[in-house]
Design a protein. Sequence first.
Length: 142
Amino acid sequence: MRHVDVAAGIIWRGTTILCCQRPADRVQAGFWEFPGGKIRPGEDAAHALERELEEELGIRVLQSQPLCTFTHSYPEDGLEVHLHFFHVTAFAGEPRPREGQTLCWQAHDRAGELGFLAANRDLVRTLRPPQPSESLTGDTVS
C-alpha cells in the first residue's frame, strides 16, 4: 500500500469554513475536501500547510493551530493517507481557486450536507469553531 502524508486547513471566517470541490480531472472528482496537499520530504506539516494554501488559494497563513492527525485507508486505490488537520484562524488575502477547484464558504454545522471525501467525513461531523483562547494561543505560521 502506498502512503501519503497530507496537511489540510480548516479555514474559518466566523462560523463558516472554506470547502473545496475536487475538479473533474482529479481522483475522486466532485467530492468536497479541506484545502491542503502533500507534505514534501523533510517538510513539517505546518510548513506544508502554509505552502499548499499559498499555491492552491493564494493566501498566506497568519495563525494556525494543530487540530488532529489521523490515517485513512483507500484500499480500492491501494492508498493510505496520513492527514494533519489545522484550524486556520487568520490569513492574508482572499481565497481564490488557483487549481480548477470550486470554493464555497459553508456554515460549519451544515458542512455535512456537502459530499465530502471519506477521509474528511468524521471530522466534518464533529467540527466546531475554535474557542477564543484556542485561536489566541495557536501556533503562528509565518
